[in-house]
Design a protein around this ligand. Sequence first.
Ligand SMILES: [Zn+2]
Length: 235
Amino acid sequence: MEKYDLPLKIVKTRKSSASISISVRSTGIRVTAPIWIPSIFINKFISSKHNWILEQVERVKLPSVKKGIVNDSTIPFFGKKLKVVYHADPNTSLIKIELEDTQLKVIHPPGYTPDLIENIAEKRIKAWIFERALVEITDRANHFAKRLEVSYTKITLKKVSSIWGSCSPDNSLTFSQQLAGAPLAVVEYVIIHELCHIVHRDHSSRFWALVRSLDKDYKDHRRWLRDNRQELNIY
Ligand SMILES: [Zn+2]
């Protein structure tokens, strides 16, 4: 008999039905046949369905293509990988987001369908992520501003896809929300970069020397951002 990527199991039933049936699931191939059919006929039947079985095996092996952030998604958060887990709780009447180790729990009232939760959860998760990202970024901006002896006017986190950060003429700093998915050292580089623009408005060698004085690996961090843009697209 042909070999498949999934275990094949033949189950004989005492039912009087005369037909052989095949079902293919991600856990295996199951062939059900009445007990009185000789194995040679069952094997012939399976061989005759060979191409169909191959197709089904490929189909069930494919990871389910899910859109956006849903149950079981893994999302990057400042260098950590958080796993999104939907969790029914009879004591809640609203959808809540809670972090437990590396699990980002979407607590929902029992009886909510996955579709209903998905509609609400992604927005809530992003709000949760960006709220914390702003706190982290502000904290680090304050630290590096002190070291550079500069001050900024405000920090905004925004959905911008073309830039990682910017520094306006009045020294207000804007950062891309997508940075929430980057490792902290990379986020720090972007913060340092924008703060150094308060001192040097250009990308001169004096500017880069100042960046290097606070982040000697800044070239690696720039490269990381170039190479991982796709992964950060989740935000
Ligand atoms: Zn710049």
